[in-house]
Design a protein around this ligand. Structure first.
Ligand code: GTP
Ligand code: MG
Length: 450
């Protein structure tokens, strides 16, 4: 049981029209009534009602006039008695009210994510849904928001729970057979068993494959723009951002540092890195810049390898890039086609960072590299979270072991242990089996007040 009643500011810290302070726990109503003066006591208020009145301090000085919403257990976010105090949006007022509330015994400031943690512990949300709450709050593009929303709506949970019940069915069949072993009754046909394990493995594989897409929509894609000096890397960055972010000049070696900017293209977050042009240089600062360009290439998911119609191809640089990265990450782009539209130089896309020609095709290629041709809909379960991915991988290993035991015609006990382990690892995703460590790790990443 959670003994303490917790308090936190739920809206962003700072000045605004209103601020909302949340209070949750068994003392939520009693502690509020000590300082709230309205028509009725919060203790007597019905759930989901709103009450106007004053918050006064111990000396009965008015601090603010407020509106308080009341949520009675179990029909609240946390599942506990909760209230939300709407105050004028001034940090001083908020601080005074929070100080008053936490001056009471067994009332304290909430830890990050503690409201959501309680919601989980009180079974208001399962663990994937609780994690999705943080993702919904933090998503900055349409696609990442949709992905988080999908998870919060329970699509992943439903998929995982279905797999778990299939596994439980299988293992109880086997265990039933073990109970009757001496009577020589065969409940499970081994071929059939092996087929069913295979089909579960395939379903897990589908979920595992969705992670590549899920990770991209959740975290975005790192894109390095690299090439020799003067090919137009900074011009391309500026064109995409629609602003003059990086210095552009006809002097080779203009960009020295890595410039990072984020942009949403077709709902996906791309983190663009404009880099120093790569060439042999005597200049120490430029050399450092070039080292940073190479480092950026190593850390990128996609590489725009830019060349221009005037300087032509550099096979040497292309070879160097291949050493730093893999060929399927590279998009070879030919720039400045406004100067020579008939250039024979081969490239995946031909563009002009000056006129914008071909940029749409570049965007299409970027999206293709980022998420492939995946056709996930809003109703497909998608894995966006590394923790879930790791659990699925572990569960898959258990199933591979089970399949081997079946093939080797080992005793049912072995098979059933592996199936049970596979099921338990899936249960970890939902949070049915957890440790304090796992929970702390997850809720630590939340903001205070959520
Ligand atoms: N005509 C034409 N000129 C371009 C195009 N893109 C860039 N330029 C010109 O090419 C020159 C170099 O452009 P930058 O964007 O500074 O090139 P960069 O690759 O960033 O160069 P460094 O930072 O030195 O590595 C500038 O004079 C640009 O105006 C283009 O598509 N067409
Ligand atoms: Mg530049």
């Amino acid at each position: 049981m959670n003994e303490d009643t917790i308090v936190a500011l739920a809206t962003p810290a700072g000045v605004g029209a209103i601020s909302i302070i949340r209070v949750s726990g068994s003392k939520a109503f009693a502690v509020t009534d000590r300082f709230f003066f309205g028509k009725i006591k919060i203790e007597n208020a019905a759930t989901h009602t709103l009450h106007y009145g004053y918050i006064k301090n111990q000396d009965e000085e008015k601090i603010d006039d407020v509106l308080i919403s009341v949520f009675r257990a179990p029909n609240s976010y946390t599942g506990e008695d909760s209230i939300e105090i709407n105050t004028h949006g001034n940090p001083l007022i908020v601080q005074k009210i929070i100080e008053l509330l936490v001056s009471v015994d067994e009332v304290r400031l909430a830890e990050p994510g503690e409201f959501t943690k309680r919601a989980f512990l009180n079974s208001r949300l399962d663990l994937t849904e609780a994690e999705a709450v943080a993702d919904v709050i933090n998503s900055r593009t349409e696609a990442s928001f949709r992905g988080a929303r999908n998870q919060l709506d329970g699509f992943l949970s439903a998929r995982v729970n279905d797999l778990r019940s299939q596994l439980l069915n299988l293992s109880s069949f086997i265990e039933l057979e073990l109970d009757f072993a001496e009577e020589d009754i065969e409940f499970v046909n081994l071929d059939e068993l092996s087929k069913r394990v295979d089909s579960i493995i395939i379903e897990i594989d589908t979920l595992l494959e969705s992670y590549e897409f899920g990770r991209v929509i959740r975290d975005g894609v790192n894109v390095a723009i690299v090439g020799r000096p003067n090919v137009g890397k900074s011009s391309l960055l500026n064109y995409i951002l629609k602003e003059s972010r990086a210095i552009v000049s006809e002097i080779p070696g203009t960009t020295r540092d890595v410039i990072r900017e984020e942009v949403s293209i077709n709902g996906i977050l791309f983190r663009l890195f404009d880099t120093a042009g790569i060439r042999i240089s005597e200049d120490t600062i430029e050399r450092e810049g070039i080292l940073r360009s190479q480092e950026t290439v190593r850390n990128s998911d996609v590489i725009i390898f830019l060349e221009d119609v005037k300087q032509g191809e550099s096979r040497e640089l292309q070879k160097d890039l291949l050493d730093l990265s893999s060929p399927d990450k590279i998009i070879k782009v030919l720039n400045k086609i406004d100067l020579d539209s008939t250039s024979e130089i081969s490239a995946d896309v031909k563009i002009s960072a000056k006129t914008g020609e071909g940029i749409d095709r570049l965007f299409f290629k970027l999206k293709e590299k980022a998420i492939g041709s995946s056709s996930y809909t809003e109703k497909t379960a998608i894995v966006t979270n590394l923790r879930h991915h790791n659990c699925l991988k572990k569960s898959r290993e258990n199933l591979i072991n089970a399949r081997e035991s079946i093939i080797k015609k080992m005793s049912g006990e072995f098979i059933s242990v592996d199936l049970r382990n596979a099921e338990m690892t899936l249960a970890e995703i939902i949070g049915e089996v957890t440790t304090e460590d796992i929970l702390n790790n997850i809720f630590m990443k939340f903001c205070i007040g959520k």
